[in-house]
Design a binder for this molecule. Structure first.
Ligand SMILES: Cc1cc2nc3c(=O)[nH]c(=O)nc-3n(C[C@H](O)[C@H](O)[C@H](O)COP(=O)(O)O)c2cc1C
Length: 402
């Protein structure tokens, strides 16, 4: 817990039988030099009294939203605003559902909704509740929004069952807190440009050539870089996603537009992360009016021409020291292809993604990637895209600090 000293940690405790374990976590965090603000749900206060936490953290514990002393200063959101990290542990199925749907019906939910700080959720519940598709969908929603989930352990549960659902060890929760705090300022003062999504190459005003990129990876990277304190510009092709708040976003369509938008940002960039799937080809001609089927007949021929290589253009125009990261999505040996791309295009890092695996790649919420650089190949397990994004940000921060 080396990073908690001097930090404001909000420990949000909810109504699981595992509440008693948080007494020890609150004590350890306080001893490690953190200011620990405990906030409890009413259910949590049925298991352990607020007084216990209060005595260990030397701070009043908050339970009731309408009893807060400081309401003139918007006290109901003050803890979320002040937090360096918010830890919801143990997190009940009920609070996970409420957070996934943006409820603000008590002080815990309001604190999480109001915070910009990293949020850690450590679920604890009986196995069937954990495995229930409703809970799993809520956890996936939170994870896709960048919430760090500390997966429950498998083991004996208070219900007498044995299975997943046991609150993760205090060591794992403490590590998640350290990681979140470590990343919090890792890119402070840096300017990062991220591209995302597909490009769309028009055939005529209604038809186009494109690809299956969803933009999820690039959006997750932009959000992770923002959380790490960077000034972030996102250049995105058309996607169904909502741009992350606090990120300067430029919407583009074609590869040409994307190239121009990125090159315009390049002089101020410390790093460019090209997560967009830029179309390799575009139609030679673009009709200005809709091509009519009755004129085309039984065949339609679209001749394509190579698009500009956006990555090469970035590398050629970058100022010394600007880190350039490429992505390689392949259905074959993505790592070998990434190595070739790294050398040929003179990149600093390539993220290799095997999109043949149906759990990984376009449209999914998870990826199995490898980081390929002059340092070698680092294969990661199948991870949530939000987690891959955080690992990439960590890698980038290391690289920029060299
Ligand atoms: C003895 C007891 C133990 C409970 N343990 C858990 C638990 O481990 N996980 C859980 O999700 N719910 C558990 N519950 C149910 C929650 O307390 C209940 O869903 C409550 O509404 C949660 O409210 P909260 O999320 O606002 O704290 C338990 C209930 C009781 C009576």
């Amino acid at each position: 817990m080396e990073r908690v000293r001097g930090r404001f940690v909000v420990l949000a405790v909810t109504g699981s039988i595992a509440v008693y374990k948080m007494i020890d976590l609150a004590r350890r965090l306080t001893q490690a030099g953190a200011t620990v603000q405990v906030v409890m749900t009413r259910s949590a206060a049925e298991f352990v009294t607020p007084l216990t936490f209060q005595a260990l953290t030397y701070r009043p514990v908050e339970v009731e939203m309408f009893a807060m002393q400081d309401e003139h200063a918007a006290g109901h959101v003050a803890m979320g605003r002040q937090a360096d990290v918010v830890v919801v542990a143990p997190a009940t199925a009920h609070v996970i559902a409420r957070l996934a749907h943006g409820f603000s019906d008590d002080l815990v939910a309001t604190t999480v909704l109001a915070t910009d700080a990293p949020v850690i959720v450590a679920p604890a519940m009986e196995t069937h509740m954990w495995r229930n598709p409703a809970t799993q969908a809520n956890v996936a929603t939170l994870r896709a929004r960048g919430v760090r989930i500390v997966e429950p352990d498998v083991g004996p549960l208070a219900s007498g069952d044995i299975g997943p659902g046991r609150l993760a060890s205090l060591e794992r929760i403490a590590t998640a807190i350290d990681e979140a705090l470590g990343l919090a300022q890792a890119l402070a003062g840096r300017s990062i440009v991220v591209s995302a999504g597909p490009t769309v190459e028009a055939i005529d005003p209604v038809r186009f050539v494109s690809n299956r990129s969803s933009g999820k990876m690039g959006y997750a990277i932009a959000a992770a870089a923002r959380d790490a304190g960077a000034d972030v510009t996102l250049v995105t092709g058309p996607t169904a996603l909502v741009p992350p708040p606090g990120v300067r976003t430029f919407q583009v369509e074609s590869a040409d537009d994307m190239k121009d938008a990125i090159l315009a940002q390049l002089p101020r960039a410390d790093a460019v992360i090209m997560a967009a799937a830029v179309a390799d080809y575009r139609p030679i001609e673009r009709a200005t009016t809709k091509m009519k089927k009755k004129d085309l007949g039984s065949e339609m021929n679209v001749r394509l021409v190579e698009n500009p290589d956006v990555l090469r253009a970035i590398v050629a125009a970058r100022k010394p020291g600007t880190v350039v990261v490429g992505f390689k999505a392949e259905t074959g040996d993505a790592t070998a292809e990434a190595g070739r791309m790294l050398r040929e295009k003179k990149l600093d890092l390539v993220v290799a993604n095997d999109v043949a695996d149906p759990r990984s790649g376009f449209g999914s919420d998870e990826d199995r990637v490898a980081f390929v650089s002059a340092d070698g190949v680092e294969q990661l397990p199948l991870l949530a895209k939000t987690e891959v994004a955080r690992r990439l940000v960590e890698k980038l921060a290391e690289r920029l600090a060299r």
